[in-house]
Design a protein around this ligand. Structure first.
Ligand code: KIV
Length: 278
C-alpha cells in the first residue's frame, strides 16, 4: 500500500486497473486512525452513526451538525483515506440552495473530501448543483435507509424487473450528472454485476455481491460491536464486543479485589511527608 492520498481520481483509476476499492464507516478519531493505518482507501462518516453510535432505531434523526461533529474527529485521525460525509435525511430534500449549503458545510467545517446522498432521479437536481459547486458526490442506490418508511422496512431492492430497471437507470443518470462512485446497498448480485459493467465509475457494494468495484461495511457490524441488528451481508471479522465485555468484567473484579491498581499504576511520595499530614 502506498502512502499517497486516496482521491476521487483514485476511485476511477482503481476501477480502470481492476483494483478493488475498500471502504468502511468511521465516526471517531481513534478508530479512523487505526483503519487509516491499516490501509483503508476511504472512510464514510455514515448516518448509520445514528444507530451504532447514538442508539436511535433508524438513521432519520441524524442532523447535519451530528455528521459534522463526527466527521471533524475522523478527519483528524485519517491521513490517507478519502473522507466522505453522509448527507442526512432532509439535508438535501427541501431546496437546491439548502442542499448546496449543507454539502458545503461538510467540506468547509468538517474537512470531508466528498459527500454521499441517497437516491437517483428524485434528487438529481441537488446532485448536479452540489457538483457544480465543486463538491464531489457519491451516489447511493438500492436499499436507501432514509426511505425506510416508504420501503416498509429494510428489504432487498431490485428483485422485480421494474425495480431493477429503475436502479440501473438511476445509476446511469447519476454517472451522467458527474458522481464519482455509487454505493449499491442490498441488491441482487447479478444486478450489481450488470450495473458495475455498464458504468465507467466504480460501484461500492454493501450486500450487493462480489462483482462491485469495491466494498463497504459498517465498522461496528464487522467487528461485532453492534448487536441490535445483524444483516445477512455482514461478515464479522472479529468479536470486539465480546473482548470489550470480558475486559470490563475483569476490571470490575480486579477493582473489587483491590488487585487493580497495582504498584506499576500508582504514584508515591516520601513517607516522611505523609506522616506530617496525619
Ligand atoms: O450510513 C452508512 O453507513 C451507509 C453505508 C451503509 C453505505 O450509508
Amino acid at each position: 500500500m502506498s502512502n499517497k492520498k486516496f482521491t476521487t481520481a483514485s476511485f476511477l483509476q482503481s476501477k480502470a486497473n481492476g483494483d478493488k476499492i475498500t471502504m468502511l464507516t468511521a465516526y471517531d478519531y481513534s478508530t479512523a486512525k487505526l483503519l487509516d493505518e491499516a490501509g483503508i482507501d476511504s472512510l464514510l462518516v455514515g448516518d448509520s452513526l445514528g444507530m451504532v453510535m447514538l442508539g436511535y432505531d433508524n438513521t432519520l434523526q441524524v442532523t447535519v451538525d451530528d455528521i459534522i461533529h463526527h466527521c471533524k474527529a475522523v478527519s483528524r485521525g485519517a491521513k490517507r483515506a478519502l473522507i466522505v460525509a453522509d448527507m442526512p435525511f432532509l439535508s438535501y430534500h427541501i431546496s437546491v440552495e439548502e442542499s448546496v449549503r449543507n454539502a458545503g458545510r461538510m467540506i468547509q467545517e468538517a474537512n470531508a473530501h466528498a459527500v454521499k446522498l441517497e437516491g437517483g432521479e428524485e434528487v438529481i437536481d441537488k446532485v448536479r448543483a452540489i457538483i457544480k459547486a465543486q463538491i464531489p458526490v457519491m451516489g447511493h442506490l438500492g436499499l436507501t435507509p432514509q426511505s425506510v418508511n416508504m420501503m416498509g422496512g429494510y428489504k432487498v431492492q431490485g428483485k422485480s424487473e421494474a425495480q431493477a430497471r429503475k436502479i440501473l437507470d438511476d445509476a446511469l443518470l447519476l454517472q451522467e450528472a458527474g458522481v464519482f462512485a455509487i454505493v449499491l446497498e442490498c441488491v441482487p448480485e447479478q444486478l450489481a454485476k450488470i450495473i458495475s459493467e455498464k458504468l465507467e465509475i466504480p460501484t461500492i457494494g454493501i450486500g450487493a455481491g462480489k462483482y462491485c468495484d469495491g466494498q463497504i461495511l459498517v465498522t461496528q457490524d464487522m467487528f461485532g460491536m453492534y448487536s441490535d441488528m445483524k444483516p445477512k451481508f455482514v461478515k464479522q471479522y472479529s468479536q470486539l464486543g465480546g473482548v470489550i465485555k470480558q475486559g470490563c468484567e475483569q476490571y470490575i473484579n480486579e477493582t473489587k479485589a483491590m488487585t487493580f491498581p497495582a504498584p506499576e499504576h500508582t504514584f508515591t511520595i516520601d513517607e516522611e511527608i505523609i506522616k506530617k499530614l496525619y
